[in-house]
Design a protein around this ligand. Structure first.
Ligand code: ATP
Length: 363
């Protein structure tokens, strides 16, 4: 993958209106050379709409698409050199794998010899070198999707757009294809824009993730930054699990803040300026420890809680806890052999977590 952070395609102020309904509400998004950018968000948040606008299958109501500094907003799909992979494979059933993959080269007038060379190469890249002569029906779902990927890459597109390409596959095959897709991306170096609503898939594959919420971008960052430093409650709860403690009487001291949650005085890092909304202290469950006796730890938040629910999940046990009657539930998982996994409902326990793992979000 090219290390350059050059911007290849830039969506500027993209809006899409269906009558009174706003599907996209002013999207500003840069696609960098060679990156694997995932569009992630709940159903109906506008991911596919943006992908279709990038592809040229759908016209934006307003806004501009710039490719390497050139305005391509009005350029028809067939004049954009972008590859496209959909959820359904859309292969020609009567053609062999090789002929399916050769098709985009044929319509571009590429000579037979060169066609053969490129088809052979790209089928090897996707791991189907031995299946060239087969018909799509003779292949598994995962293999058919790899043919579709090969067909979208064979003409060396400037950009590959993928709309939920793995969602029709069962879990094992999907995980296998995720690894394949990552390898293919590294090998060809083309920028990938990938739509999914699967958080795990987004974390595993992407260079960057763009999180959509109701036609707007909630956050665009690396998977690590989005997971460790979500900029809003929506992002924090959409990607992974988050425990949230409502805080009252918040005071700030430099880069730290503290406040009250019931009888507990809790501390957090407060890097971003926050408005006048009520605040929540946020912490990922995996940063929390469960104790059967009050621990003696400095630099940690420590709260008393009681166990309300326990769900055995094999390697781990899921625990739900409460700080008080009206407090929100706290969730965490402990390893199967942890003493917490043996406790009965109602048992008083203590939770601890490092102050530097706690941060504030607007409620
Ligand atoms: P999903 O994950 O379910 O595919 P998405 O994030 O890709 O969702 P889009 O398909 O982009 O969402 O749709 C965004 C919104 O625009 C949805 O509320 C959808 O109902 C609406 N929408 C899409 N196409 C049309 C249309 N042709 N007419 C009216 N509304 C539409």
């Amino acid at each position: 993958m090219p290390s350059s952070q050059a911007i290849q395609l830039s969506a500027q102020g993209i809006r899409k209106q269906y009558g009174h309904f706003t599907a996209l509400d002013g999207i500003d998004l840069d696609i960098r050379q060679g990156e694997f950018l995932t569009l992630l968000g709940p159903s109906g948040s506008g991911k596919t709409t943006l992908l279709m606008i990038l592809a040229g299958f759908l016209e934006a109501t307003s806004g501009t698409l710039m490719e390497n500094g050139v305005d391509i907003s009005r350029r028809p799909a067939e004049k954009r050199n972008f590859g496209m992979v959909f959820q359904g494979y859309a292969l020609f059933p009567h053609m062999s794998v090789a002929d399916n993959v050769a098709y985009p080269l044929r319509i571009r007038g590429v000579k037979a010899e060169e066609r053969q060379r490129r088809v052979k190469h790209i089928l090897e890249v996707v791991g189907l070198g031995a299946h060239m002569k087969k018909k799509p029906a003779e292949l598994s779902g995962g293999q058919q999707q790899r043919v579709a990927i090969a067909r979208a890459l064979v003409f060396e597109p400037d950009l590959l757009l993928l709309d939920e390409p793995l969602s029709a596959l069962d879990k094992n095959l999907r995980e296998q294809l995720q690894a394949e897709l990552q390898r293919i991306h590294r090998q060809v170096g083309t920028s990938f824009v990938f739509v999914t609503h699967d958080q795990g898939e987004a974390l595993a594959l992407s260079t960057r993730i763009a999180i959509f919420n109701q036609g707007r971008l909630a956050q665009v960052d690396s998977p690590e930054d989005i997971y460790d430093r979500p900029n809003s409650r929506f992002v924090a709860e959409f990607l992974g699990k988050m425990n949230l403690f409502p805080l009252a009487n918040v005071t700030r001291n430099g880069s730290n803040a503290s406040g009250h949650c019931g009888d507990n005085h809790l501390h957090a890092a407060a890097p971003q300026p926050l408005g006048n909304q009520p605040l929540l202290l946020a912490v990922r469950p995996e940063h929390m420890d469960l104790h059967t006796e009050r621990p003696d730890l400095s630099g940690h938040n420590i709260v008393a809680a009681h166990l309300t629910e326990k769900v055995y999940q094999g390697a781990s046990t899921h625990l739900a806890l409460k700080l008080g009657q009206d407090a929100p539930a706290i969730n965490l998982a402990v390893p199967g052999n942890h003493p917490g996994a043996q406790l009965a409902s109602g048992t008083p326990v203590w939770l601890s977590w490092p102050v530097q793992r706690s941060f504030l979000l607007e409620a």
